[in-house]
Design a protein around this ligand. Structure first.
Ligand SMILES: *Cc1c(COP(=O)(O)O)cnc(C)c1O
Length: 412
């Protein structure tokens, strides 16, 4: 990249003046199809002989503007926007794997991803779980059938930190790519591609959008992985495109045909949301750190947050995440009943099933997000009967500390 500008400057000055008529923001191209002067021109677009848009499920200028923004942020060779984070994850796995293939995944995954991996078993795509996803474990678990390693940069809500360099090195030795879901970490905290990840996924519904106003997902390809037809049968028709193989497998084939495109208005909302990602993350991380430290002094609960010296991944966060902890902290309240009472006693934190909103949100994951997940699997993902998940927002930290401290003390 060679871009020495700061994070926020880069975000705000990546496209200045490039949109039609000098529009500072990309116009919302809320259309289904694009018309052409002649049939010959449209034929060229379909044959990929001239650049142009034909149909929004396949491509749209607002989606392209958002994709370019994320691609620059992640340092990839191209991004593909999707209707949701789950659409980005399913398109990626199905783009790489076919029946009989395996993937290796970390334990502490997002509930929806665990459910998807269950669904994929029925299509003959098997997941091998690593209790601790590191390079040595990958070397041990890999088989002839393994086609990818999948992990979350910071797992939600178990708060394990992926050592991307270590895992990527092991995956590459074995001729397989590393796919990182970096939703909770965000590009502000880590650039997975710079650490060796091959494909980076975000649920943009969360921190990238930040306003809680649009579901979306995005896939970014580092373009470094060398796909081989003998190894990755799912990409056999695309390996001749070299570093573009994966993007073209999705864009002109699987992603296009699954039909999970982002809505243009959602791309616009996510684009303007992303403009303030750096500012929000700075504030969110500082609020979460202050709240975790304050709650850590309360003896009737236990708090888990990456910047607390007692956290098992504290050293990882110092080494890999610039010492930042992200926006999620969890509280163990002692019982489900007390967890509910604490949540109900909160004045500002909203009870909602989301993270990454600029408003503080809370939820009891075991009775919601993990309700369909088995107890053992939920606990492996850091979700116990008494766990409260907090997604810290940008409110004033004094108010958050007061709100949570009161809720904790009034429910003993
Ligand atoms: C929310 C989330 C997803 C799924 O994203 P949607 O936009 O809700 O489909 C995937 N991974 C992680 C880590 C998430 O937090």
């Amino acid at each position: 990249m060679g871009d020495k500008r700061g994070f926020n400057t880069g975000l705000l000055h990546d496209t200045a003046g490039r949109y039609a008529n000098g529009q500072i923001l990309p116009p919302i191209s809320q259309v289904t199809a694009f018309e052409y002067e002649s049939m010959e021109e449209l034929e060229k677009v379909f044959a990929h002989k001239s650049m142009g848009f034909a149909y929004t499920r396949i491509g749209n200028p607002t989606l392209a503007a958002f994709e370019q923004k994320i691609n620059r942020l992640e340092g990839g060779i191209g991004s593909i926007s999707c209707s949701s984070g789950m659409s980005a994850i399913s398109s990626t796995i199905l783009g790489i794997c076919e029946e009989g293939d395996e993937i290796i995944a970390g334990r502490g995954l997002y509930g929806g991803t665990i459910d998807l991996l269950h669904d994929l078993e029925k299509l003959g795509i098997h997941t091998v779980y690593a209790d601790e996803l590191d390079g040595d474990t990958v070397r041990k678990l890999v088989t002839e059938k393994t086609k990818a390693v999948f992990g979350e940069a910071i797992s939600n809500p178990s708060l394990t930190v992926l050592d991307i360099e270590d895992v990527a090195a092991a995956a590459h030795e074995k001729g397989i790519p590393l796919v990182v879901d970096s939703t909770t970490a965000t590009p502000y905290i880590i650039s997975p591609i710079r650490h060796g990840a091959d494909i980076v996924i975000h649920s943009t519904s969360k921190y990238i959008n930040g306003g809680g106003n649009a579901i979306g997902g995005v896939i970014t390809d580092a373009g470094r992985f060398v796909w081989k037809a003998e190894k990755h049968g799912a990409l056999a028709d695309f390996v001749r495109y070299g570093k573009m193989a994966f993007l073209l497998r999705l864009r002109t084939d699987l992603w296009e045909n699954l039909g999970g495109c982002m809505a243009p208005v959602n791309a616009y909302l996510s684009y303007i949301g992303a403009d303030t990602l750096g500012l929000r993350m700075e504030r969110i991380c500082s609020n979460a750190d202050a709240l975790a430290r304050a709650l850590d002094r309360e003896e009737s609960i236990s708090v888990s947050y990456l910047t607390l010296p007692t956290h098992p991944y504290h050293e990882h966060s110092k080494r890999l995440l610039k010492g930042l902890g992200g926006g999620i902290l969890t509280i163990r309240a002692g019982s489900k009943d007390r967890a509910f009472r604490i949540i109900n006693a909160l004045k500002y934190a909203k009870i909602a099933s989301n993270i990454g909103d600029m408003r503080t949100l809370v939820i009891h994951p075991a009775s919601t997000l993990y309700i369909h997940t088995g107890k053992d699997e939920a606990e492996a993902a850091g979700v116990y009967e008494d766990t409260i998940r907090v997604s810290v927002g940008i409110e004033d930290k004094e108010d958050l500390i007061e709100d949570f401290t009161n809720a904790v003390r009034s429910t003993i």
